[in-house]
Structure formats: structure tokens, C-alpha cells
Design a protein around this ligand. Structure first.
Ligand code: GUN
Length: 298
């Protein structure tokens, strides 16, 4: 049985970071402008702490300024809104990211709505959601944007292809569908209530899995030769590695899928590294737009 091409997200992300770094140098040299990214973390969720640390480190490595705000889990909603207000008017800050999830006593939609849409490098503000769906210049959510870059690299023109997005979250599923539609794909959004899910998946030339269910998509759900993008990052027990050990798997059964798909992203090393690289790209784009600097996209 033949094996798929493995889409190397780690290498792709490294190349994108390098391009962003070069553009940052040009921006400094030509305009005296250093893009700045503020990341706000409320509480001590271990996974969020790891992400925030990586974001800060890569922001600095790319030549941008990083502002980290770590707030206690008991922080009042009003205090968080006050901090966002300060960041909205701080000229050194071009991008603002509030790490999700937030503690239960804080209203997430209120917080996201408080971010200046032009500094909303996550693309979660309703203004950016509206801009994305209407084809205007939006800040685009990082994970789906990274998926589109990898798909275009693997396939070239996506026009007319049948794409199925498994998952309907605001962070991945819905913006992913909008981006595929903008590339003139015929798009299906599938979810837990979708009938004949396996058949729908088998019809897709492009399958994007973003449901957070370990290895749910099996090899026989995939159309032979299809391109598979696995957004899932699930930690499961791995007794074969020893007692108490775990490993990361995606939403796709990789061992099965790679014998059927034409190309596939692995987990880890696929979509994951692209998300932060796209955040850095978004911060660069936001800084340029806020200063009215014209440049070709990267
Ligand atoms: N939590 C998990 N993914 C994300 C993301 O892309 N952005 C933010 N802000 N929080 C997250």
C-alpha cells in the first residue's frame, strides 16, 4: 500500500517565521517601527502557560516586542477589561491576544468584544468575523490561516475542490470554512449531528478535522488521494511507553490515514507549529495596517 506525503508543518512554520523576521527588519529600517504583541493570560492552566511562553519567546526571536500580562485566576472581569483598554491605546502594542479559556466568572464574549478589532490578532472579534465572511481585510484566526497556507502549498489552486470541515468551533471550524469558501472550494461543515458522516468525509478532496476526538477519523473515511489536515491535539494514555506515560495524537488515525490520503499533516509537527507562526504574521500585518504602510502579503 502506498503512503501519503507528510506535510511538514514544523519546517513550513520555520520558513514563515524567517520571512516575518526579515519583514520586521525592513519595517524597523524603513519606518522605525517595531511590531509589538501583548499576550494576556488569566490563571494557571498548564497548557495555556506553555502556549503563552512559546508565543513570547518566538515573538522576541522574530525581532518584535513582547508584552506578557499574567493575571491571577481570581482577577475581576472589570480589571481585565481595564487592562485591554490600556493595551488598546498603547502605541507600542499592535496585537492583543487574550489566551482562552478564561475562568468561568469572566464573560469571554465581552472580553473579546473589548479588543480593538485592528489589534485583534486572533481574529475573534465579531467585526473581524464579519470582515472575513464578507471578503474584507480581516485579521484571520491563526490556526485556520496556517491550514490554508499548507493546503495551497500542497495543492496549488483550491478552486472547485470539495472540502469538508469536521467541527464548528468559532476558533477553527467556522473560520476554516470561510477561508476555504474564499478559495472557491465547495464547503461542507460537519459536526456531531451530521448524518452519514463517514460518507460525507469520503466525498471530500480536502478533509480538515477539528473536533478534539482522538483518532476519530479512520482510514476508510478518507477518499483515496485526499489531502488531510489534522487540527486535533489530544493527549492519550500510552501504556506501551511505560506506566503513566502519554502521547499526543490528532483527530485522525494517522497510521490508517497515511495509507489512503495523498498528503496528511502529522500530530505533533503539523498544524500546531503553524499557529504561532501565523500569530507573528498577523502581528506584523496589524502593525503595518495601523501605520498605513503598504506591503505585499507574506
Ligand atoms: N486557546 C486555544 N487556542 C487559542 C487561540 O488560538 N487563541 C487564543 N487566544 N486562545 C486559544
Amino acid at each position: 500500500m502506498s503512503e501519503s506525503n507528510i506535510i511538514d508543518g514544523k519546517a513550513f512554520a520555520a520558513r514563515l517565521r524567517e520571512r516575518v523576521g526579515n519583514e520586521v527588519k525592513t519595517l524597523k529600517a524603513d519606518h522605525g517601527l517595531t511590531p509589538g504583541l501583548a499576550v494576556v493570560l488569566v490563571g494557571e492552566d498548564p497548557a495555556s502557560q506553555v502556549y503563552v511562553r512559546s508565543k513570547g519567546k518566538q515573538t522576541v526571536e522574530t525581532g518584535m516586542e513582547s508584552f506578557e500580562h499574567k493575571l491571577d485566576a481570581s482577577t475581576a472581569e472589570a480589571d481585565l477589561l481595564g487592562l485591554i483598554d490600556t493595551l488598546n491605546t498603547d502605541d507600542r502594542v499592535h496585537g492583543i491576544l487574550v489566551q482562552l479559556p478564561l475562568p468561568d466568572h469572566i464573560d469571554e464574549s465581552k472580553v473579546l468584544a473589548a479588543i480593538n478589532p485592528d489589534k485583534d490578532v486572533d481574529g475573534f472579534h465579531v467585526i473581524n468575523v464579519g470582515r472575513l465572511w464578507t471578503g474584507a481585510d480581516a485579521m484571520v484566526p491563526c490556526t485556520p490561516y496556517g491550514c490554508i497556507l499548507m493546503l495551497k502549498d500542497a495543492l496549488g489552486d483550491l478552486s472547485g475542490k470539495r472540502a469538508l470541515v469536521l467541527g464548528r468551533s468559532n476558533i477553527v471550524g467556522k473560520p476554516m470554512a470561510a477561508l476555504l469558501l474564499a478559495e472557491s472550494c465547495t464547503v461542507t461543515i460537519a459536526h456531531s449531528r451530521t448524518k452519514d458522516l463517514e460518507t460525507r468525509c469520503r466525498e471530500a478532496d480536502i478533509l480538515v478535522a477539528a473536533v478534539g476526538r482522538p483518532e476519530m477519523v479512520k482510514g476508510d473515511w478518507i477518499k483515496p488521494g485526499a489531502t488531510v489536515i489534522d487540527v486535533g491535539i489530544n493527549r492519550i494514555d500510552a501504556p506501551e511507553k511505560g506506566e503513566g506515560k502519554t502521547r499526543l495524537v490528532g483527530d485522525v488515525d494517522f497510521a490508517e490515514a497515511r495509507t489512503v490520503a495523498g498528503a496528511i499533516t502529522p500530530v505533533p509537527g503539523g498544524v500546531g507549529p503553524m499557529t504561532i507562526a501565523c500569530l507573528l504574521r498577523n502581528t506584523l500585518v496589524a502593525a503595518r495596517r495601523q501605520k498605513g504602510i503598504q506591503a505585499t502579503d507574506i
